[in-house]
Design a protein around this ligand. Structure first.
Ligand code: FE2
Ligand code: FE2
Length: 291
């Protein structure tokens, strides 16, 4: 496997990594649909209210949430694509529901009606998670943190190595997202991404992501005052073998600027598959505490 990967190594002009454009998100089918919908007068007024351009408004998470909320239909569909297929023209009443918020000042004074309003907004937000993940991937472009290749190249290369090793879809996805938390905090990046994707992946993948640094220390812990046997405590865990493969065969090898890394577009269907749903595979207890 490793040999095969090395065979794939070839001098690249670098263009491969930059295939597509930074606009892959705003140019997606979903985004075009949103843009069409937001041509509606009401939405234009909403973006003006925020003092920003419509295009910029669309690129924000709130823009996506607001656009999907307008139709108040998300709860009835299992995925964003399905919601788009079932889309009907917005009415003034539906638009007004976007701006609907609760008025209580203390949680112990809230009502069932209040929580229906909140639940509707939370469901719409969950449909926007896939776009948040895509935006985090995009935010890794040009973000080096001292490494030769930027974090965008690193995560796509990690995922490419897993795919060429015939890894499972979930492992490829884990590789693609494993360092995205760095766009928020390098120190906390493992916990950040593990928590973000926990509702969408297996428990094993959650623990792999959460502890992946302890596995990586084998390769450089000596230089950062960390134990090189940090992974030892997890021997026997059902996800340990996957974590070893992830660390040794994919992650730690993915800093090669000359490796033929697949373009991000080839991974986006996988991102949609795992995150483009209003109904994550796991309904964690803490998810129920939407307040
Ligand atoms: Fe990491
Ligand atoms: Fe990494």
């Amino acid at each position: 496997m490793s040999e095969d990967n090395e065979k794939n190594k070839e001098i690249s002009s670098g263009a491969t990594n930059d295939a597509g454009s930074h606009d892959y998100f705003v140019n997606s089918t979903y985004k075009k649909n949103l843009q069409t919908m937001l041509l509606e007068k009401e939405c234009l007024e909403k973006s003006r209210r925020f003092g920003i351009s419509r295009r910029h408004f669309l690129t924000t998470s709130f823009g996506a949430v607001a656009a999907t909320s307008i139709f108040g239909q998300i709860a009835a569909f299992s995925s964003k694509a399905e919601a788009m297929d079932g889309f009907v023209s917005p009415s003034e009443d539906l638009y007004m529901s976007v701006a609907e918020t609760t008025r209580f000042t203390r949680l112990d004074q809230s009502t069932a009606e209040d929580w229906a309003i909140i639940e509707n907004a939370v469901r719409a937000q969950s449909v926007g998670v896939v776009d948040t993940i895509k935006n985090m991937i995009n935010a890794c472009r040009g973000y080096h943190l001292g490494f030769g290749p930027d974090q965008f190249t690193h995560v796509t290369q990690t995922a490419t190595r897993a795919r060429r090793d015939n890894a499972s879809d979930e492992m490829i996805l884990v590789c693609l997202v494993h360092d995205l938390g760095k766009v928020i905090s390098n120190l906390a990046h493992a916990d950040i991404i593990a928590g973000m994707v926990r509702p969408y992946v297996s428990d094993g993948s959650f623990y792999l992501l959460r502890h992946h640094m302890e596995y990586q220390w084998k390769h450089y812990g000596l230089y950062v005052m960390r134990p090189t046997n940090g992974r030892a405590r997890y021997v026997g865990q059902p996800w340990h073998a996957n974590a070893v493969r992830f660390s040794d065969e994919y992650d730690q090898k993915a800093f090669d600027p000359y490796y033929r890394t697949d373009p991000i577009e080839s991974f986006l269907p996988l991102v949609e598959q795992f995150f483009g749903t209003a109904q994550p595979r796991k309904n964690l207890t803490h998810q129920l505490c939407i307040g």
